[in-house]
Design a protein around this ligand. Structure first.
Ligand SMILES: C[S@@+](CC[C@H](N)C(=O)[O-])C[C@H]1O[C@@H](n2cnc3c(N)ncnc32)[C@H](O)[C@@H]1O
Length: 319
């Protein structure tokens, strides 16, 4: 068991946007060690229940020793299973939902979880250890084209073909089972000049890409977005912090689409589509960390947060 802590990002923006002043029920769907939830519970003393969801049983269990509060209801689940969690707790609507995507420093620092290229350990990377597919399965069993696609799409890695080829050569000799073994293969595949000139380890992007594939993180975000508004009470807020441009693109286009009213062509004299905005966007642009936060917590550099508020059925659409 590691004792590493996790510093939550964009805490002020979360407190300001994640829930309305009179909120009673809140769902933190990526609870981790509860850093954001702690700040929310302190700032909104009238909250009755905070649903604490995480896919990772280990972090959820460990979080009890880091921070607890009688209002917290912990449930191991995926964020997209929030409706099931609410049903279990007999809650028919929440006033705020938070998603803080990715992994916690606590998980990254645990060598046995296999998330980090700098911690020698088994190639695992599953957030939910009940799931079958591990990073080892992906690295050893996927075809060249599939590896390239994963590294390119999820990692934006420009040396994807070279790295995939190096992995395939290496796995013909022996199975790749360890994080340090994979990190060395990747480092050897990247041209030396690029290795020297880069501010990040050559394995950073590929490790991120494999983690996203192992945990189906983008599919899971899509599934969550499909149910999120249905879980909110009218006036409730939804906030999502992402660390990856593909995730942010999904969140941004979801919010833009749901905030749009009438979609009739401009030449129509009256609206015939009847489409009303379902939400009001609260953050016109994504919120980023200030330099002061980045200097304390470098992980916050790539964090961006978007928030919206669910309209009530009667609410007049705003332009
Ligand atoms: C960045 S950490 C959250 C940290 C948390 N906000 C805090 O302050 O401690 C992300 C956490 O969400 C979990 N997680 C990521 N995606 C998830 C999902 N789709 N459903 C449930 N949990 C998820 C991870 O296991 C991890 O514990």
């Amino acid at each position: 068991m590691n004792h590493f802590q996790h510093t939550p990002v964009l805490v002020d923006a979360v407190i300001k946007n994640a829930l309305p002043e009179n909120a009673r029920y809140f769902a933190d769907c990526t609870f981790g060690l509860g850093g954001h939830s702690k700040a929310i519970l302190e700032h909104y003393p009238q909250l009755v229940t905070l649903i604490a969801i995480d896919r990772d049983r280990q972090i959820l269990d460990h979080s009890c020793s880091v921070f607890d509060d009688a209002r917290i209801q912990r449930i191991q689940a995926r964020a997209s299973e929030l409706p099931m969690a609410m049903q279990q707790l007999h809650i028919d609507g929440v006033d705020g939902i938070l998603l803080d995507l990715g992994v916690s420093s606590y998980q990254l620092e645990a060598p046995e979880r296999g998330f980090s290229f700098s911690r020698p350990g088994p190639l695992d990377m599953r957030m939910d250890t009940e799931n079958r597919t591990t990073a080892e399965d992906i690295v050893n069993d996927r075809e060249r084209d599939e590896l390239i696609k994963i590294f390119r799409e999820y990692g934006e890695e420009k040396f994807s073909p070279r790295i995939a080829d190096a992995i395939i050569r290496s796995r013909q000799n022996e199975r790749i089972t360890r994080t340090d073994q994979l990190a060395n293969i990747i480092a050897g595949a990247v041209p030396a000049a690029c290795r020297r000139n880069s501010s990040i380890h050559p394995a950073t992007r590929v490790f991120q890409a494999i983690r996203i594939a192992v945990n189906h993180e983008l599919e899971e975000l899509e599934d969550f977005l499909a149910v999120a508004l249905g879980c909110l009470r009218p006036g409730g807020h939804l906030s999502i912090i992402s660390f990856h441009s593909l995730e942010d693109r999904l969140v941004k286009s979801f919010m833009q689409e749901r905030a749009r009213g009438c979609v009739c062509p401009p030449r129509f004299p009256v609206c015939v589509c009847g489409k009303k905005p379902e939400i009001e966007i609260l953050t016109r642009k994504a919120v980023f960390a200030e330099e002061s936060e980045i200097s304390q917590n470098p992980r916050s550099r790539s964090a961006r947060m978007r928030s919206c508020r669910k309209c009530s059925a009667k609410e007049a659409p705003r332009s």
